[in-house]
Design a protein around this ligand. Structure first.
Ligand SMILES: Nc1ncnc2c1ncn2[C@@H]1O[C@H](COP(=O)(O)OP(=O)(O)OP(=O)(O)O)[C@@H](O)[C@H]1O
Length: 227
């Protein structure tokens, strides 16, 4: 039963301390709800969890083994950020098949079609990305998590642009993933049912006014990879 955890994490963006002394733990079947006002660091924490942003200090671990610099970490996660990475000239199905094949799906086109059906948008399969509505693009982007397996889903404001029916579908998909032993961490400003999720309020980890960091101390650096 995998456990993903972070201990005493400090995040620096530019020359600004975003959060400090932050701990989290998600177990198989568990969920973490990231809450807090604009700019409190929810997206930054998700990027840290995804290995796209190095914590200034602190440790991330998968089953007690450090996950930073672990080549296998990328294969364990689906990270869905703010941006819909939809190629405008490819159809929805081609876009998703590409992601499914990158994620190691045995039958990328079959997995992609099944994921579109689960997200309630099989009719967009043949539509080029540039003709999709904002909500259709969002459903397509979220379908990536179903098109190839990964135990840890990191979702940054996944409900943006979704209608009510799509939010209900997403809730069901998240519940199924967790019932199968998967883990979820998601940020949101909207209501989304995530039963039993642990709440992490990012504003509780804001540095006190006047807190400063010694950039020459034991920092890990602030290497930020492209998403
Ligand atoms: N690439 C960057 N370079 C420098 N600072 C950044 C960068 N990205 C974000 N920040 C800063 O980091 C802080 C946290 O931003 P972040 O996007 O993590 O917050 P958030 O809680 O997700 O906000 P929101 O609710 O508005 O999406 C903000 O002060 C923001 O200006």
């Amino acid at each position: 039963m995998p456990v993903f955890s972070g201990t005493d994490l400090t995040c620096l963006r530019g020359d600004r301390l975003v959060f400090t002394g932050l701990d989290f733990r998600v177990e198989s079947g568990g969920a973490l709800l990231l809450l807090g006002p604009n700019g409190s660091g929810k997206s930054s924490l998700l990027r840290v969890m995804a290995g796209l942003l190095r914590p200034f200090r602190g440790r991330l671990a998968w089953d007690d083994a450090a996950s930073e610099d672990d080549d296998q970490h990328g294969g364990r996660i689906h990270y869905v950020g703010h941006l819909d990475a939809v190629k405008p000239v490819l159809t929805a199905l081609e876009n998703l098949s590409f992601w499914a094949s990158l994620g190691g799906a045995a039958d990328p086109a079959g997995a992609a079609m099944a994921a579109l059906e689960r997200l309630g948008v099989p009719h967009i399969a043949g539509v080029p990305g540039r003709y999709l509505s904002a909500g259709q693009k969002r459903r397509l982007t979220l379908a990536r998590v179903l098109a190839a397996p990964a135990p840890l889903w990191l979702l940054d404001e996944p409900t943006v642009a979704l209608d009510r029916a799509a939010v209900r579908l997403l809730e069901g998909i998240l519940a199924e993933h967790r019932a199968g032993g998967g883990m979820v961490a998601l940020s949101t400003h909207a209501d989304i049912a995530l039963p039993g999720a642990a709440e992490l309020h990012l504003d509780h980890f804001a540095p006190a006014t006047g807190d400063d960091v010694d950039l020459d101390s034991d920092a890990n650096g602030d290497g930020e990879a492209a998403a």
